[in-house]
Ligand binder design. Structure first.
Ligand SMILES: NC(=O)c1ccc[n+]([C@@H]2O[C@H](COP(=O)([O-])OP(=O)(O)OC[C@H]3O[C@@H](n4cnc5c(N)ncnc54)[C@H](O)[C@@H]3O)[C@@H](O)[C@H]2O)c1
Length: 367
């Protein structure tokens, strides 16, 4: 499968690392995939990206790749505002699509994209990479097995400290004109997705956004007024009646890449921390109590790298898991779906569902 890569910043690098390394991690990989061209905004950076990838083809016009009959897949790694236009063109060209989150910058756009893609039978996957960590996959299977029973409540926070320093210049992720909404779309998209994935559709949201540093320097070094949220706090209800909180912040001093997630059900509960991704904590309400606690208490399940075959072979499943491994499994799952004509998951429709919740958060901001 030949892939056209649009955007070569941190995510372009991440995706291409995944494609290049897949065959180490999955036994007897039944397909081959490679980047056939790369597009960025400037000829110099496009050429540098092609050199880095070891390919000849680079361009500053994404249409060159999207409408090339030899390209099978369009991989979208550009800032949020550009996703919609690229998605629309890739769908019209009949290409399969791997798209970074958030899918678009409004629910109207996202819904349109999901519908167009479905009508043209496009395989599309949105990159919610945290779903693909063994501990999160384990949490999903415990919930599906009914081990938690009816879900009553949830908490999910995704915390960074990247905007906590007021001296730090604003980048495009702090500029609403390019990101659509700040930390809400950036980290909030992942947090909302995890709750949606594990607890079901979110139907109600009240929220509050926060800008703690209204002025900082812009990318050009000149004074700049912050126009995108630095943190967002939501209280939500799912269609099935579970209630909980979702928080996304880039002003959490001391945080690195901290997702802390808990889901509480009638029969049990789970807890997960992205900074300790090897473990899923599971509380089985049916465990016997007794003297000194009996067998009650949270069990630390060693999810480590225990992907089912053909994954889990390299490095040994016992080796600690990390952020890149989730991206790798996300990419593998997408390419496998394209090759064997399977359903993609999370689909562009799932991306639109998350976008709906993000939009509800913006609309119901108590300010
Ligand atoms: N899933 C994740 O773990 C994760 C992490 C970070 C970012 N993201 C998402 O990935 C996307 C890209 O983020 P990033 O951190 O890689 O950004 P980045 O700023 O590091 O890179 C953006 C790239 O896009 C290129 N670009 C910008 N406008 C373009 C255009 N119109 N046409 C072609 N190329 C263009 C730039 O030249 C650059 O190469 C965003 O949507 C972001 O939300 C996802």
């Amino acid at each position: 499968m030949k892939i056209g890569l649009i955007g070569f910043g941190s995510m372009g690098k991440t995706h291409s690392w995944c494609v290049k390394n897949l065959r180490y991690f999955y036994k007897d990989l039944p397909f081959e995939a490679e980047y056939a061209g790369v597009c960025t905004t400037k000829p110099d950076s496009a050429k540098a990206a092609a050199d880095f990838l070891g390919i000849d083809r680079f361009t500053v016009n994404e249409d060159d790749l999207i409408f090339d009959k030899d390209i099978d897949i369009v991989d979208i790694c550009t800032p949020n505002i550009f996703h919609y236009g690229t998605l629309k063109k890739a769908i019209s060209a009949g290409k399969n699509i791997y798209c970074e989150k958030p899918l678009c910058i409004s629910y109207d756009q996202a819904k349109e994209i999901a519908e167009l893609a479905e009508a043209k039978n496009i395989k599309g996957q949105i990159v919610f990479n945290n779903r693909f960590l063994p501990a999160i996959l384990k949490a999903k299977s415990l919930i599906e097995e009914g081990r938690l029973g009816r879900i009553l409540s949830f908490r999910c926070e995704y915390l960074h400290s990247s905007a906590a320093d007021p001296q730090k210049k604003a980048g495009w992720k702090q500029n609403r004109e390019i990101c659509g909404a700040g930390t809400l779309f950036d980290l909030g998209a992942h947090a909302v997705d995890l709750v949606y994935y594990l607890c079901g559709r979110i139907s109600k949201v009240k929220s509050m956004g926060q800008i703690a540093f209204p002025e900082r320097l812009g990318a050009d070094g000149k004074p700049w007024k912050t126009n995108a949220d630095e943190a967002f706090y939501m209280i939500c209800k799912t269609e099935s009646g579970a209630v909980g909180t979702i928080e996304a912040s880039k002003i959490a001093v001391g945080a690195n890449d901290d997702i802390n997630l808990a889901v509480y059900g009638e029969k049990g509960s789970i807890k997960f921390s992205l900074m300790e991704p090897n473990w899923l904590y599971f509380y089985d309400g049916a465990a016997e109590g007794g003297e000194y606690g009996g067998l009650k208490g949270f069990t630390r399940i060693e999810c480590v790298g225990r992907y089912p075959l053909p994954g889990g072979i390299f490095p040994s499943f016992k080796a600690p898991i990390g952020w890149l491994r989730g991206h790798l499994h996300s990419m593998y799952t997408f390419l496998d779906a394209c090759w064997f004509n399977k359903e993609t998951s999370p689909s562009l429709k799932d991306g639109a569902e998350v976008q709906k919740v993000l939009e509800m958060a913006l609309e119901n901001d108590l300010k």
